[in-house]
Design a protein around this ligand. Structure first.
Ligand code: NAG
Ligand code: NAG
Ligand code: NAG
Ligand code: NAG
Ligand code: NAG
Length: 504
């Protein structure tokens, strides 16, 4: 009897001891961690999340940021900004890549500016076509006329009223007044190829134009994410949402064109619904003025990345943070403010980012002593702990890292098992490296159960998701899936949950 009791006690002690041990080592359950989903594509549009949003745009192939290449039917060669820009346009290239690509600024559905590789605008010097101006003026607009029967064949009319022609391989001029037909011996005819597209907030609003954009965006904001989605999120094991927003929300309802008002109302609703269903909100400045990474999701017009280059732009961004935290600091749902998403190195320097993060942190603290301040690591060439010297001194600060088994060549040929091993070994050690006992908390603010594997079964996806949940569950702040809704099923956490691919 006695020995049996002893054994029981010993066993009990062991259980208690071991649970104390694991507690002190920090199991995923001992502190609150966000299990969040990104409401991507809602308040900052991304075309690939909901392509149908772009369907009603007239001439929707020619949006801001679209890269066009023009092959002269007479020379059989491509137009090219000689030296990438700064001098003349020629028509002597047999193949097309960067220097032969002209990036659109859309003025209206058939009027454009063209930006060349070195970012000059195409314009005229007399009748010669050149790319020498760093700033855009009205004389640098061009009318693109498509052949009705075959829209890849175009003519380009310059601001002087004359059509462009490839006069010779070395000379492109704007001096043809009358044109007829679309014959292959006509030097005013060019065949276009689309070399790249952008589909973000700038493209959709500027594509529709002010009146229609207002209608389309209001409809999108009020239907893409609704109260029922918050209810679904809260009742399926999640406790927070990360909401990507654009800088123009701070001047709602009259943001500068092409943006339109109404996103603020949607964010207000999000706070009401979050409170109702007990969800926390992380506001994420996904699109900063000038674009911090040149991608469409930061609302770049044409791939340019201008954020951080001047104190004015940093100050403008601080005002957005000030506006948002002042507005929502009293809401019990405001959990964190992410000062900027995915600033891209080397365009965004550590110096300008640190300056911004310091000021941004102070700005949040002006209004809230409790909101977490989330600092996104730079993407591109950067060090995983480069924000530590700053973040170590900031109470309730969080480092955000984004882990995708995508976008890099190393993932191209990985098998299913290699992908899962990569999570369990490489991602795990990357996360451990940035998770320190007295440093900032860590947040895997974006991840997805999608990979480069071509044929994977439901079970494979389940294993892949489970491995990530287990590893990212050790992030001390938590994680957030990208995204909640998406036309691509695996990118939609709603779909993944409803179809039993992910269980939380
Ligand atoms: C345009 O910008 C480039 C690079 O910044 C500079 O070298 C050039 O002088 C500028 N050209 C004009 C006309 O301002
Ligand atoms: C359109 O024009 C291009 C270039 O001349 C040609 O290659 C293509 O076959 C044409 N398409 C049609 C449908 O005629
Ligand atoms: C194209 O023409 C320009 C201007 O004459 C010349 O500098 C350049 O070398 C030519 N390029 C090719 C590939 O022929
Ligand atoms: C991936 O596999 C393809 C086809 O098997 C091969 O052509 C390619 O070189 C591989 N890429 C890498 C990065 O290993
Ligand atoms: C992942 O980690 C393992 C073990 O440290 C290492 O050998 C491997 O090179 C890493 N894989 C990649 C793709 O970085």
């Amino acid at each position: 009897m006695r020995s049996c009791l002893n054994l029981k006690l010993w066993f009990l002690n062991l259980v208690t001891l071991s649970s104390m041990l694991t507690l002190s080592l920090g199991t995923p359950n001992d502190v609150f961690r966000v299990k969040a989903v990104n409401l991507g594509g809602w308040l900052v549009t991304e075309g690939w999340i909901k392509p149908s949003l772009f369907d009603g745009i007239p001439n929707k192939d020619f949006l801001d940021g679209t890269g066009l290449q023009f092959k002269s039917v007479t020379t059989g060669k491509y137009l090219c900004a000689e030296s990438g820009g700064g001098t003349i346009i020629v028509a002597n290239r047999t193949a097309a890549s960067g220097w032969e690509t002209f990036t659109l600024w859309r003025i209206n559905e058939d009027t454009f500016k063209f930006r060349v590789f070195n970012r000059q605008f195409v314009g005229l010097d007399g009748i010669n076509v050149v790319a020498i101006s760093n700033t855009s003026t009205d004389s640098e607009t061009f009318h693109v006329v498509k052949e009705t029967e075959n829209s890849t064949r175009v003519r380009i009319k310059a601001s002087n009223g004359y059509f462009l022609q490839a006069k010779t391989e070395e000379l492109v001029t704007a001096d043809v007044s009358a044109v007829r037909g679309w014959r292959d011996d006509d030097p005013t005819v060019f065949v276009t190829t689309i070399a790249g597209r952008m589909e973000g907030e700038f493209q959709v609003t500027n594509g529709y134009g002010p009146h229609k954009a207002q209608q389309v965006m209001k409809e999108h904001w009020s239907t893409f994410i609704v109260e029922d989605d918050f209810k679904f999120i809260a009742s399926n094991g999640l406790n927070a949402v990360r909401i990507p927003i654009g800088w123009w929300i701070a001047s709602d309802p009259t943001p500068p064109p092409p943006y339109v008002g109404g996103s603020l109302k949607a964010l207000d609703n999000a706070f009401l619904w979050a409170q109702k269903y007990g969800l926390r909100i992380i506001i994420d400045l996904h699109a900063a003025p000038g674009s911090q990474n040149g991608f469409e999701h930061s609302s770049s017009r044409d791939g340019s990345q201008e954020w951080g280059k001047t104190d004015e732009i940093i100050q403008q961004t601080i005002q957005v943070i000030d506006f948002l935290t002042a507005r929502y600091a009293k809401s019990p749902s405001l959990y964190g403010v992410e000062l900027i998403n995915e600033p891209l190195s080397p365009g965004v320097t550590l110096e300008s980012l640190t300056k911004y993060y310091k000021a941004g942190y102070e700005t949040v603290r002006k209004h809230s002593s409790t909101a977490f301040v989330v600092l996104s690591n730079r993407v591109g060439p950067s060090k995983p702990r480069e924000l530590f010297p700053l973040a170590n001194g900031l109470m309730r600060s969080v480092i955000d890292v984004h882990y995708y088994n995508l976008f890099q060549d190393i993932f191209n040929n990985m098998t299913i098992q290699q992908n899962i091993d990569f999570i369990n070994t490489n991602r795990s050690s990357q996360l451990t490296f940035v998770t320190t006992s007295n440093g900032p908390l860590t947040f895997v603010g974006e991840w997805v159960a999608e990979w480069q594997v071509k044929a994977a079964s439901k079970e494979d996806y389940q294993r892949f998701a489970k491995a990530q949940l287990s590893v990212y569950g050790r992030a001390t702040f938590g994680w957030a899936y990208w995204a909640f809704k998406n036309d691509n099923n695996h990118w939609s956490l709603e779909w993944m949950i409803k179809n039993g691919y992910i269980m939380l």
